[in-house]
Design a protein around this ligand. Structure first.
Ligand SMILES: NC(=O)c1ccc[n+]([C@@H]2O[C@H](COP(=O)([O-])OP(=O)(O)OC[C@H]3O[C@@H](n4cnc5c(N)ncnc54)[C@H](O)[C@@H]3O)[C@@H](O)[C@H]2O)c1
Length: 350
């Protein structure tokens, strides 16, 4: 078992291990006697909710359950509205607790509801996807989409604790596991090239998850509100979010990040700032996990979606570009140069 401290303004711990759910009540001692809303989507709920609920009820918590329809199409203000109304109808107070049981989407939704309800309620994360364990459950970004635009409505609200029980991953489909690997691979490329050598194949999943969480915890503690170094965590995400948006979320977040990392590498290679072995290693890892490396979505639409990216100011957009294995830089690109930089290779070289 691993414990990682996240030293944000309100610090908390991330615990990583197998079969940790029985330990949950001991994490929640300060909430004894309080009501609790367990939030999950309709894929995770039938698999895991009953067990978590019974552990909590045995520890004398009053547990209400809120289940919403899975999928990025439902990461909306309407679902958030339904959850907030549910909290109100159950007479939850700001002293009570929300618990997210699910992937990154459930965590983002629950965190946002917790931030808004009674001007801020505590919440804890029980991530059930690899992607949520290594990335989404840590760092306090919460959000829902707006008109299909990714995470357009959100706030920073840190969880009070995160419990990564790898037993949840036993039911995660292989393609979903691979999507989480896109974020694991991202950490290796932005921060720790030695991590990349432990992924073909992974022999100790818990230590890999814990090491990813350590990287994220360190970066988030240094730059909680993403004014500087935290932007590096967005490697692959500018183009990736555009892919998610233009595909109407038929391309998942993890797959889109894989495509986005390849496009960012391509931009850096053509700008002459990235070493060749970066691309070789990136493609080898993505191929191994059967992750996509390119998209046939219309380039004009992707460009338009990137122009709406949250990471842009009026004149420029912040891009994360690789330089060598384990190192990326933030580059501020004038909006009018987006087209030139992101044009697919064939188009530019013709
Ligand atoms: N807040 C952040 O810092 C952050 C970071 C990265 C991604 N995200 C967000 O997270 C989401 C992507 O995360 P995700 O891939 O976990 O999304 P998700 O929550 O939609 O989960 C993906 C799918 O896997 C299913 N699933 C999850 N756990 C399962 C399990 N144990 N067994 C069977 N099925 C399971 C879900 O029901 C869903 O269908 C996106 O909305 C993205 O914007 C947030």
């Amino acid at each position: 078992m691993y414990t990682v401290s996240v030293r944000t303004q309100a610090p908390y711990e991330v615990t990583v291990g197998r079969n940790l759910i029985d330990e949950l009540p001991s994490l929640l001692t300060k909430y004894r006697g309080r009501a609790l809303v367990l939030v999950s989507d309709d894929i995770v709920a039938p698999l895991h909710m009953e067990r978590v609920k019974s552990v909590l009820e045995k520890a004398a918590f009053t547990v209400h359950t809120f289940v919403f329809q899975a999928g990025e199409d439902h990461k909306t203000i309407e679902t958030l509205d339904a959850l907030l109304n549910f909290l109100y109808e159950k007479e939850m107070t700001r002293a009570d607790l929300l618990v997210s049981l699910g992937g990154g989407l459930t965590g983002d939704l629950t965190g946002l509801a917790a931030a808004l309800y009674c001007r801020g309620t505590d919440f804890i994360q029980l991530p059930t996807s690899l992607l949520a364990m290594v990335d989404a459950s840590v760092g306090g970004k919460t959000a829902v989409n707006l008109q299909g635009a990714k995470n357009q409505i959100g706030v920073f609200h840190q969880p009070s604790a995160v419990l990564c029980d790898t037993a949840f991953l036993d039911t995660l489909p292989q393609n979903r596991f691979a999507e989480g690997m896109a974020e694991v691979i991202k950490y290796g490329f932005i921060d720790d090239k030695t991590l990349l050598d432990r992924l073909l194949p992974i022999t100790d999943l818990e230590s890999v998850i814990a090491d990813c969480v350590k990287i994220k915890a360190r970066i988030v503690a240094e730059d909680e509100r993403e004014y500087g170094i935290r932007k590096l965590l967005n490697f692959g995400h500018t183009f990736g979010h555009a892919v998610e948006c233009v595909s109407n979320h038929r391309v998942s977040h993890g797959d889109a990040v894989a495509i986005g990392m390849c496009r960012a590498y391509d931009v850096a290679r053509r700008a002459g700032i990235c070493q060749e072995d970066f691309g070789e290693k990136l493609h080898a890892l993505l191929d191994y996990y059967a992750l996509p490396t390119e998209t046939s979505l219309p380039y004009g639409e992707l460009l338009q979606a990137m122009r709406h990216d949250k990471k842009r100011s009026r004149q420029s957009i912040s891009l994360v570009l690789p330089t060598k294995l384990g190192e990326c830089i933030c580059h501020s690109l004038p909006i009018e140069e987006l087209e030139k930089f992101f044009a697919p290779s064939e188009k530019k070289e013709n």
